[in-house]
Design a protein around this ligand. Structure first.
Ligand SMILES: [Zn+2]
Length: 337
């Protein structure tokens, strides 16, 4: 079996993947057909062109176009359920923590109660139909500032579902200081949510430090620039804070110039715990399987090494213990042939 085939069949968990950012051309075509006035092509051929990754600005255009197609609770349900189908059928995902940004849907007119009901309905159906366990991370869209943060905390605490496990912070880092969100993370953590902000993707190691010190980060989204700070690497290794590494995304957004310059190896050599993730897979022309292949290349891994990456993701997840044990068992059985 080729390593590629081994990865495809390997049962996996993913911890850093965005809800809207996971909409494939197939899903977008269904949404576009529901909302012809949005001006997004519904024909698969034209969509393929629309989805062809050109640069970061084009990614933002595609992302926002998809955000604008999610207009009703039924759109939210369809998006969530179909993303789950592709995760299970295409990537053999058994568990995923999907980062949702409810704020962008609520400002477009979907009530938070309806939003919550739609994702929960899709979650239950996905577990029943695909055997995929989903959990949610709600993230603050950093570019929308304090109002978005206030609202996201309210959604997380006053409209909480049992499947909400984490609280995050996404969007641009430049010009969006982490310190302003400290009260929001304090409130979320006090309510038992785990802190998983993006940091060090487009800014330096100081943003990772701030996320650790001010936001109580337990996992860091990306953390690319941590590679430039040996003290930070040692701290991450000592404390067991996990980096959610997204190799293809980092190249697409130019957080890293070339894949051979990716710091994944530096992290591993420093003893930092890393997981491999796909971030916004169709929009970056990747998949979790592909990112595992890229990681295997960077780290020179064989089948057992790749299976270890999958095990680390399960361990670093916020899944219930019985779910962790079950997926660990599936990985072990698969790796044993
Ligand atoms: Zn992300």
């Amino acid at each position: 079996m080729s390593l590629q085939d081994f990865i495809t069949g390997l049962p996996k968990a993913e911890l850093h993947v965005h809800h809207v950012g996971s909409a494939s051309p197939r899903i977008v075509s269904e949404l576009a057909a529901r909302h012809p006035d949005a001006g997004v092509p519904a024909h698969p051929e034209s969509l393929r062109e629309f989805f062809t990754f050109r640069d970061f600005a084009h990614f933002i255009d595609v992302y926002l176009a998809v955000v604008d197609l999610v207009r009703t609770p039924e759109d939210v349900r369809l998006l969530t359920y179909e993303v789950a189908r592709e995760m299970a059928e295409g990537q053999n995902l058994r568990y995923a923590e999907l980062t949702c940004t409810p704020y962008t849907s609520v400002v477009r007119g979907i009530a938070i109660q309806d939003y919550t009901e739609a994702i929960e309905d899709a979650r239950v159906a996905a577990e029943r139909d695909f055997g995929l366990v989903l959990r949610w991370i709600y993230d603050i869209p950093g570019e929308s500032g304090i109002p978005a943060a206030d609202a996201t905390v309210e959604y997380a605490l006053r409209h909480r579902t049992d499947a909400l496990v984490g609280f995050g912070l996404g969007g641009p880092e430049i010009g969006v200081p982490r310190a302003q969100f400290r009260p929001h993370f304090d409130a979320a953590r006090a309510a038992g949510l785990r802190s998983v902000p993006h940091a060090g993707e487009t800014t330096g190691p100081e943003t990772v430090w701030e996320s650790l010190r001010l936001l109580g980060a337990e996992r860091i989204g990306h953390g690319v620039s941590a590679a430039r700070d040996p003290e930070l690497l040692a701290h991450l290794a000592d404390t067991g804070v996990v980096l959610e590494v997204c190799p293809t995304s980092n190249i697409a957004t130019r957080a890293v110039d070339r894949i051979e310059d990716h710091p994944l190896r530096t992290f591993v050599d420093a003893g930092v715990t890393v997981t491999i993730n796909s971030d916004d897979p169709p929009m970056f022309a990747t998949s979790l399987n592909h990112d595992y292949e890229v990681a295997a290349g960077l780290l020179e891994l064989d089948e057992q090494g790749v299976a270890d990456l999958a095990r680390v993701a399960v361990d670093a997840s916020f899944a219930p213990d019985d779910v962790k044990a079950r997926i660990r068992g599936e990985i072990d059985a698969y790796a044993a042939g």
